[in-house]
Design a protein around this ligand. Structure first.
Ligand code: A2P
Length: 270
């Protein structure tokens, strides 16, 4: 079944409450991961780190899933980083999109992984696994992040080395960016680890926090609620386990209406 339509053809029957946007580029990394960029509606505003509902028309009905916006809020396009699930209701189709195709986007962004939900601190850790790096791809390209923190540590853990490429390219591009490169070169640290292949840094981020290797490798003191802040994005299990370790270190969870020392992605739990 081909559910993909050209943006120009779908424009006239846009579902209520959704924008119809046009894919501008697609890059496949592995058989499980790809990214795409699309046009951004002129009226669409969001805070770096937020997510939005992305969808396609399937059998005449729109089907949406939550996607973190990976581009910074100043970018004229929108970027997303996605998994490909062979029989995933949305991603089995979304993984086939090409430039010119239509993608639906609901009009209201939301989310907890925003700078406003953290109280000021010295260092922010952005803990991610797999496509969980997406909201941080936005945040590490936002000048506000560097205004708020002296050091920004992005951790990314994947099963295989090839899955790290999106993050490695992202950090290199960010450090060379004319707008934020100067801040990123001074403050951004990328810590990439792999769990199912050989790599200089091996292991789940939870194990690396627990056994202290993360801090020794980075040359920083252990987690300290007085100065350290955290943001977590990954699978449900990873969110739960990483949150427990931050709480054990004395950090408390914050929200938009009650900023505190760390925040957890809430896209999966509605
Ligand atoms: P592992 O290979 O040991 O399962 P996935 O693609 O399944 O979301 O996994 C992405 C990365 O997250 C993998 O490296 C995986 O490690 C790791 N991971 C899975 N579950 C957890 C967890 N509960 N805590 C920390 N890391 C996890």
């Amino acid at each position: 079944m081909n559910v993909l339509a050209k943006a120009a053809d779908l424009e006239a029957d846009a579902p209520a409450g959704a924008f119809v946007q046009e894919v501008t580029s697609v890059q496949h990394y592995t058989d499980r991961l790809f990214r795409f960029r699309m046009t951004r509606p002129a009226s669409f505003r969001f805070r770096s780190g937020e997510f939005v509902m992305i969808g396609l028309m399937i059998e005449g009905k729109p089907l949406y899933r939550a996607y973190s916006i990976a581009s910074p809020s100043w970018d004229e396009e929108l970027e997303f980083f996605s998994i490909k699930v062979p029989d995933g209701p949305l991603t089995q189709h979304l993984q086939k999109i090409q430039p010119g195709d239509a993608v639906l986007m609901k009009k209201k962004p939301t989310g907890t992984l925003v700078n406003d939900a953290l109280i000021p601190g010295k260092r922010v850790y952005m803990f991610s696994t797999g496509t969980g790096i997406a909201p941080f791809a936005s945040l590490i390209r936002d000048p506000d992040t560097y205004e708020k923190f002296d050091q920004v540590i992005l951790t990314h853990t994947c099963r295989e080395v090839a899955e790290l490429k999106y993050g490695l390219d992202l950090v290199e591009e960010t450090k060379n960016d004319p707008l934020i490169g100067e801040y990123a070169r001074e403050k951004l640290v990328h810590y990439a680890s792999v769990t199912r292949e050989d790599y200089p840094f091996k292991g789940r981020i939870t194990d690396l926090i627990e056994n202290g290797k993360l801090f020794t490798d980075l040359g920083v003191p252990p987690l300290d609620p007085a100065i350290d802040r955290g943001m977590i994005c990954g699978s449900m299990e990873m969110l739960r386990d990483t949150k427990a370790l931050l709480e054990k270190a004395g950090l408390t969870e914050g929200a938009n209406n009650k900023p505190a020392e760390f925040v957890v992605e809430r896209a999966f739990v509605g």
